[in-house]
Ligand binder design. Structure first.
Ligand code: NAD
Length: 434
């Protein structure tokens, strides 16, 4: 592993500490791989190689704040495996970001691109910061400073970032602009999730949720569940969660009875109107305080007796502590890593149908890949074409996971791992890496 570090003498945060929940998502990612490797009888060298990122860049970023002071931020870019193609994965801006979270997310991207059979690898980036307390000008300076540092390992043929938690199309535009300055020519293909006017793809905005909704439809058909009028709850109300609210109603005719964000949740057994909740969140910055609902905690929301639960916030929210209390029939993991391995076993034994993150939220990276293809050709598709191509990709991946689960008698997540790991191992073998 190439480990390039640039550490600051003093810092408010230790970037090497674990996530606040004290669960290490990277250990979770390694454990999930270990389980699949044992079942597949994966070559030991390939297994060890895949347990670690190939490359990491740690950066320290001085940023001029609006009050004239300079603040030092820490950031990372992790490239887990590029045997099947350039690394691909989002950038998070979050106060609790850690190197282990970024490592885990980069690893999961490798599996996700392989499961969807997209010719890309796995990467992820992050900056420890609290965007909610920063002005637009400060965020722009931070975004440009990050790209000036990590730009040397990025590029349309090397590593292509995208938005993730608390990063937006606007931030992607600043980053694409900074990278283009560094190259001396427009390089919009270096980043995806851009605004449409700068080479973004139609249909990228709700692609993550849309892909998850297609999976829920497939899973419900498998278990004979009627989704029309069925109740659902959504944890997290950002890009993934709020789009899931809209599309669950629009495409599946479901009833969304609870949603939440970092400030808390809201509940209405008669259903929450998407437009009204969205408008309230736009106005106040949170779903909490919505007049046509009562309050519910994030923990309480997860335990509601619903047909489908969408975790769409952060990792490690379903653990061995609350798994036994989860009553949802289907868990559609729009968030990355919301369920720990211990919780997985409890839920599997209870008969809960989990659509694992590797598949459920892969609509985002799939349409990001479409965006790269369109950037390369300078020719752009209609939204309907994007939706149709996405649906086909999601259904194909769902089928390969489902058939593998049947063949090996394992749960969906393990099946998804087996499909993905075998594809990556095949590429590494053909390249002579082991
Ligand atoms: P976002 O920044 O748009 O929204 C995050 C949401 O989570 C916000 O509503 C925030 O208030 C809420 N949240 C934060 N902490 C919370 C907590 N402790 N409890 C409850 N809610 C909390 O982010 P996003 O892009 O929607 O990403 C959400 C999840 O989906 C992440 O795990 C991300 O990695 C995953 N994901 C996103 C995409 C994408 O295309 N945006 C693609 C794949 C996976």
């Amino acid at each position: 592993m190439t480990h390039i570090t640039a550490s600051a003498p003093c810092s408010m945060h230790d970037p090497f500490v674990k996530s606040p929940s004290q669960r290490d998502p990277f250990k979770t990612a390694q454990k999930q791989l270990d389980e699949a490797a044992a079942i597949m009888k994966l070559d030991p060298a390939a297994h060890e190689l895949l347990r670690w990122p190939l490359r990491e860049l740690h950066v320290t970023l001085p940023v001029r704040m609006d009050n004239g002071s300079t603040r030092i931020f820490h950031g990372f870019r992790v490239q887990h495996n590029d045997s099947r193609g350039p690394n691909k994965g989002g950038i998070r801006f979050h106060p609790d970001e850690t190197i282990d979270t970024v490592r885990a997310l980069a690893t999961w991207m490798t599996w996700k691109t392989a499961l969807l059979d997209i010719p890309l690898g796995g990467g992820k980036g992050g900056v420890i910061c609290d965007p909610k307390t920063m002005s637009d000008a400060e965020l722009e300076r931070l975004s440009r400073a990050y790209i000036r540092q990590v730009g040397r390992i990025l590029g349309p043929d090397k590593d292509i970032p995208a938005p993730d938690v608390y990063t937006t199309p606007r931030i992607m535009a600043w980053m694409a602009d900074e990278y283009s300055f560094m190259q001396g020519n427009n390089e919009f293909g270096v980043i995806t999730g851009k605004p449409l006017a700068l080479g973004g793809s139609a249909g990228r905005g709700d692609a993550t949720a849309r892909g998850g909704i297609y999976c829920v439809r497939e899973a419900a058909a498998e278990i004979g569940m009627n989704l029309a009028g069925a109740e659902t709850a959504i944890q997290g109300y950002g890009n993934a969660g709020s789009s899931a609210h809209k599309l669950a109603v629009e495409l599946l005719c479901m009833k969304v009875i609870a949603v939440s964000d970092s400030k808390g949740g809201i509940y209405n057994p008669d259903g929450l109107d998407y437009k009204a909740v969205h408008a309230h969140k736009q106005k106040t910055g949170s779903v909490t305080g919505f007049s046509e609902a009562t309050a519910i905690t994030n923990e309480g929301l997860l335990e509601l007796d619903v047909a489908v639960l969408f975790p769409a916030a952060l990792e490690s929210v379903i653990t061995e502590t609350n798994a036994a209390n989860i009553r949802a029939k289907i868990i559609a993991e729009l968030a990355n890593g919301p369920t720990t391995p211990e919780a997985d076993t409890i839920l599997y034994n209870k008969g809960t149908h989990i659509i694992p993150d590797l598949l459920c939220n892969a609509g985002g990276v799939t349409v990001s890949w479409f965006e790269m293809v369109q950037n390369a050709y300078g020719y752009y598709w209609e939204k309907e074409e994007v939706h149709a191509r996405l649906e086909k990709k999601m259904k194909t991946a769902f089928r390969s996971m489902y058939e593998t689960a049947g063949k090996y008698h394992v749960h969906n997540r393990l099946a998804a791992y087996i499909v993905a790991v075998s594809r990556v191992a095949e590429a590494m073998k053909l390249r002579g890496w082991f």
